[in-house]
Design a protein around this ligand. Structure first.
Ligand code: NAD
Length: 301
């Protein structure tokens, strides 16, 4: 019997992931925790917890006999640049606390997301390979590269089953994003419906890899249920969804709302986006555990 704890459950991904896990494992076997309470208390098994407090985390794991952890708590790319030392502290300390749970044999399996932010200016931009130059420029990207290496280290040295995806920018309608560079692709839909116009903080030709949330949730659960003996990637898998620019996204919204208008006022997030890939090569994920993206820009819109 699996008992699952989702850490950072009140955020953008947790809002979609918790119900998807509850559907599979049963409401009584999925626990949510976060430093802040969720906007809608849809899930009874919520525990308020700061994941950087190791003893409190270990107590929860023992009390609820948790066997798997999905660790989503982090400071994201744009917010991280406003307070780099806090971003580093939260992102690294929380991951190491969770990895220590595995080392102490308190849990069997860990999921931890990495990001396309691991890549940098020296990385090939199109069809970015699984194994390539990284050199990220943001504190968020640095913490994700370090996190990938720590996951591989704990797997190799302590035999911990920790699995990871390099998510592209995720787009969902159930919650607002938490301060990333791809947030425009969520905000634009809300503004299109509310006001019929949107001022974009990225330039119109900025191509970035993105993914619709249902595909991201499916990829996450598929990875966690896959046969690990077939994994060739010990750190974090590239997973590709859809690549598009703000101008292209706006043109798809106009098919539904013809009077919709977009204007462009790039801010500091443009500098981050310029260092990231435009599209990803996810052939390792295809071959090792059967990943395939389903949604297109048209079906998502
Ligand atoms: P989010 O910011 O929406 O949610 C993060 C949650 O963590 C928040 O609810 C926050 O309250 C919680 N949290 C912060 N500090 C905490 C602490 N000390 N203890 C407990 N909880 C704490 O982020 P998200 O978009 O859901 O992302 C989840 C993970 O996926 C992160 O690791 C992020 O780097 C990664 N990721 C997300 C995207 C994306 O587009 N959303 C893309 C790539 C990677």
């Amino acid at each position: 019997m699996e008992n699952i704890l989702v850490i950072g459950a009140s955020g953008q991904i947790g809002t979609d992931l918790v119900p998807a896990l509850a559907e599979i494992y049963g409401e009584d076997h999925v626990y949510s925790c976060d430093i802040k309470k969720p906007d809608h208390m849809r899930h009874q098994m919520f525990i308020q917890l700061d994941v950087t407090h190791k003893n409190a985390l270990f107590d929860v794991i023992r009390q609820y006999k948790i066997t798997q952890v999905y660790h989503l708590a982090a400071l994201l790319s744009a917010t991280g640049e406003k307070d780099p030392l806090h971003a580093w502290d939260l992102n690294m300390r929380s991951l190491l606390n969770v990895l220590e749970l595995g080392k102490e044999k308190l849990i069997k399996k860990i999921y931890w997301p990495s990001s396309i932010a691991v890549f940098g200016r020296d990385t090939p931009k199109r069809l970015t390979p699984q194994f390539t130059v990284m050199n990220p420029t943001t504190v968020y990207g640095i913490s994700k590269v370090a996190g990938e290496r720590w996951c591989a280290y704990y797997h190799e040295n302590y035999g911990i089953d920790v699995r990871s995806l390099r998510y592209p920018g995720l787009i969902g309608y159930k919650s607002m994003p938490g301060g990333g560079t791809t947030d425009y692709a969520v905000e634009i839909y809300h503004k299109a419906l509310e006001t019929g116009k949107y001022e974009c903080f990225l330039d119109k030709n900025t191509y970035l890899p993105m993914m619709y949330m249902p595909d991201a949730i499916r990829a996450t659960i598929q990875l966690m249920e896959a046969d690990r003996s077939k994994f060739r990637v010990k750190s974090s898998y590239n997973v590709a969804g859809i690549s598009f620019s703000p101008e292209e996204l706006a043109s798809f919204i106009k098919r539904h709302i013809p009077e919709f208008t977009i204007s462009y006022k790039p801010d500091f997030r443009q500098g981050i986006a310029d260092t990231w890939p435009q599209s990803l090569d996810d052939s390792y994920a295809h071959e090792d555990w059967g990943w395939k993206n389903q949604y297109t820009l048209s079906t998502m819109t």
